[in-house]
Design a binder for this molecule. Structure first.
Ligand SMILES: *Cc1c(COP(=O)(O)O)cnc(C)c1O
Length: 362
């Protein structure tokens, strides 16, 4: 007995998630390259839909998000009843943890998988099992060798944040094939639209066929709507039935639903955004490499910079860039001191970054 209300065991051991820094002291409008947001902003189509929706704000949203789910079903050729929307895809991941984990269960993911997976395990008295990687690349054989009777959820961000690593389709299929049928494989495909590698899979073809695979998607990244909080999953019917029972009834708000429907139809915006990233990704990798900094191949709208495991140097670089109005993401909180993550920006921003980094390294 304690003399105060106590939360569930383990909760106070969790380091609360902190988003990317948004301010650079002395800069009214710093260049924020810290949260993998879309440098083009939100699409005009979505802004118009939001304006139109503002006359109906007193009305509750459709709790079933049926128009958005129908639009998604049509676009991807999916059964609408197996799509569930959420307050960002993060909410859906959180709900999976709450719904499927019992104390002592294991949540499996590769060592530098997305930070949220560890939090989800800890929030539910489960054990995060972080499988060692090969030079920041997930190793499927090692992941499968780490499966135990307690394994309940396996998370794969594809591409992964912050490493940028894309797990090839064959590996993903091998991973699924090696999992027991009662283990749920969650493919978190937040950056799917930025991938240009033909060996990519967001897990959808697996989710169509099997009862233990699902894919989560978001409007936060290529669709430029991170501030609205709207994501979705295509999942087995039984999982959808669970998510619909545990989610809050109006978890996808009215404005977000309307904006997402408009953005989903805006192929031009998505194509331009993806093309921009695909154009600048190799250029930035080249410039960073020329400075003598290790750059990891990325399939997303960001790249990871490695400073030879020299945490002080990475910190100094982060600070120097900040003094130039460029905000990157330090990776200490991700278990990667000695690394920085850069979100791909607009043309001038990318050039300014390359110039500042060159200056720092010379
Ligand atoms: C950004 C991101 C998400 C998406 O988060 P939302 O809640 O949809 O904004 C999910 N997974 C990864 C790996 C991400 O980087």
């Amino acid at each position: 007995m304690t003399n105060q209300p106590d939360p569930r065991p383990g909760l106070l051991d969790i380091m609360a998630y902190r988003g990317g820094v948004a301010d650079a002291p002395g800069f009214a409008a710093p260049v924020k390259l810290s949260s993998n947001e879309n440098c083009f902003g939100a699409p005009e189509s979505a802004k118009q839909a939001i304006a139109a929706e503002s006359s109906k704000l007193e009305r509750y949203p459709d709790g079933g998000a049926i128009l958005l789910r129908e639009a998604l079903a049509k676009k991807y050729g999916l059964p609408v009843e197996r799509i569930v929307c959420g307050c960002g895809s993060d909410e859906l991941l959180q709900l999976l943890g709450r719904s499927y984990l019992r104390p002592g269960d294991e949540v499996l993911f590769s060592a530098h998988g997305f930070l949220t997976y560890k939090l989800i395990a800890l929030q539910n008295e489960a054990v995060p099992v972080m499988v060692p990687e090969d030079d920041l690349r997930a190793n499927v054989d090692r992941m499968l060798a780490s499966v135990t009777k307690r394994t309940r959820l396996v998370f794969v961000a594809n591409p992964n944040n912050p490493t940028g690593y894309m797990m090839p389709k064959d590996d993903l299929h091998k991973l699924h094939a090696g999992l027991p049928k009662d283990v749920l494989l969650v493919v978190d495909a937040a950056y799917a639209e930025y991938v240009d590698d033909p060996n990519y899979s967001c897990g959808m073809e697996l989710a169509r066929k099997f009862d233990n695979v699902m894919t989560t998607r978001t409007f936060s990244k290529v669709y430029g709507l991170a501030g609205l909080r709207i994501g979705w999953t295509f999942c087995p019917q039984r999982v959808a039935d669970v998510l619909n029972r545990v989610r809050s009834p109006f978890n996808a708000n009215r404005v977000a639903q309307a904006a997402a429907i408009a953005a989903l139809a805006d192929d031009d915006f998505v194509e331009r955004s993806a093309a921009h990233v695909q154009k600048w990704r190799p250029w930035l990798a080249d410039e960073i490499g020329k400075c003598g900094i290790r750059v990891y191949p990325s399939a997303g709208n960001f790249v990871l910079l490695g400073f030879d495991n020299d945490a002080n140097k990475a910190d100094a670089a982060e600070q120097f860039l900040m003094q130039n109005g460029l905000i990157l993401r330090g990776m200490r909180g991700f278990g990667l001191p000695g690394y920085l993550r850069l979100t791909i920006g607009l043309d001038d921003e990318n050039r300014a970054f390359a110039k500042a980094l060159t200056e720092f390294m010379s």
